[in-house]
Design a protein around this ligand. Structure first.
Ligand SMILES: Nc1nc2c(ncn2[C@@H]2O[C@H](COP(=O)(O)OP(=O)(O)O)[C@@H](O)[C@H]2O)c(=O)[nH]1
Ligand SMILES: [Mg+2]
Length: 374
């Protein structure tokens, strides 16, 4: 396959040639892929482009794309377009050009794609990965907290590093994403690119990387811009999810289940004369049945359970309902033990609230798990 390594540069004259040498050496372990190198320089005042031009004269697998400075996101996208349209890339690899990313790890990225993954993402926050110990406390906090915020804010906690720029992916993901990510720059570009790939069902492998601080030049990413843009992106995605997602339907179905639960309980106790504890169990099961049927027919109709799997899924659904009951029970148990029995209603509400999100997560990630689109 045709692999193109994209190296975005702005004032990286001190490192770019060393990196090109090391990257070419790392790729020599994959003779079944043909590799080329694309430096995307935004007319760096330090003459990065001149150094690359000179180097490319004797290395015909090295290409240079020069443009105006419009930020890292735009440079990467321009590079991807060129890599696919002009260099015929099947696989795109991107990494920082300041030697913060170790080129010796490049083979692991390619190996992950050879092993059947769609995307390989360098991660500093998994075992084996690291951020520089000599980073200032502010930068450490920005990086760690920022990535946690994105992970949980976007509801994709299984991916640990969203802002890094060391990645490999098939060109299909460039094609799927190019319009959606065109308006983003800086770190948000990296977040939006990965997020859109996740939404498209990409199989993603995290590769541990030890990020080392640059020895030359300085970072071009402004912290204030970083915080503002990352917050804006995550909030916007959550709003879209609330407006168009199926969470609202889930709430309506759950509300209906609650009404059924109450009616059945009242009938069982007052008309049939059963004990309230038996009535509430029957009521709860009726609500579970109603929730299962309506969530399947409406909330998650795009992932409807097929007839053959109906019973097993219904069994799973009951099991997950037990989990919600346990959460509710524990909340009331802990709350009343700590604050006294008179607080039971508050802890019942808290338990129901936590149970709601638990249920939604179980439904969307387990019972009605999305099938891959690609
Ligand atoms: N072409 C281009 N490259 C950029 C731009 N901003 C940053 N880069 C490159 O992107 C990589 C990461 O940027 P850097 O400033 O080191 O970010 P940091 O490591 O997160 O502090 C480096 O190779 C930079 O030279 C830009 O506006 N245009
Ligand atoms: Mg850097």
């Amino acid at each position: 396959m045709n692999v193109v390594l994209i190296l975005p540069t702005y004032n990286e004259r001190d490192t770019i040639l060393v990196l090109l040498e090391k990257a070419r050496e790392a790729f020599s372990s994959f003779p079944h892929h043909s590799c080329s190198y694309l430096v995307v320089d935004d007319t760096s005042p330090d003459g990065t482009a001149d150094a690359v031009k000179e180097y490319a004269k004797t290395h015909n697998d090295v290409h240079l794309l020069i443009g105006e400075k419009q930020g890292l996101g735009k440079a990467l996208l321009r590079g991807m377009t060129y890599a696919v349209e002009k260099l015929g890339a099947d696989i795109i690899v991107q990494m920082d050009a300041d030697l913060s990313h170790d080129p010796a790890v490049l083979p692991s990225f390619i190996q992950a794609l050879d092993d059947g993954y769609d995307i390989a993402v360098g991660s500093r926050y998994i075992p084996g990965g690291a951020i520089p110990s000599d980073w200032g406390i502010h930068r450490k906090i920005f990086s760690v907290v920022g990535n946690m915020f994105v992970r949980f804010g976007l509801g994709c906690s299984y991916l640990h590093d969203w802002t890094g720029g060391y990645r490999a992916f098939y060109k299909k993901y460039y094609e799927l994403n190019k319009q959606k990510v065109a308006k983003y720059s800086g770190y948000v570009f990296q977040i939006a690119f990965l997020h859109n790939a996740v939404l498209a069902g990409a199989r993603i492998k995290e590769i541990p990387i030890r990020f080392v601080d640059r020895k030359f030049g300085h970072s071009k990413i402004a912290p204030s811009e970083y915080i503002r843009d990352v917050f804006a992106y995550v909030f916007r995605q959550r709003l879209i999810w609330l407006r168009y997602g199926n969470f609202k339907k889930f709430l309506v179905v759950g509300g209906f289940g609650f009404i059924i639960n109450t009616i059945v309980l009242e009938i069982a106790v007052h008309l049939i004369g059963l004990h309230p504890s038996i009535g509430s169990v029957i009521g709860a099961e009726c609500a579970i049945i109603s929730n299962f049927i309506f969530n399947n027919a409406w909330t998650f109709r795009d992932r409807k359970i097929q007839h053959g799997r109906y019973l097993i899924k219904f069994f799973q659904f009951n099991l997950s309902a037990l989990g919600a009951i346990l959460i509710q029970g524990s909340s009331v148990f802990i709350g009343t033990h700590l604050f006294g029995v008179s607080w039971y209603r508050l802890f019942y509400i808290i338990g129901v609230g936590i149970g709601l999100f638990y249920n939604y997560a179980m439904y969307s990630k387990v019972i009605w798990r999305k099938k891959r689109l690609v």
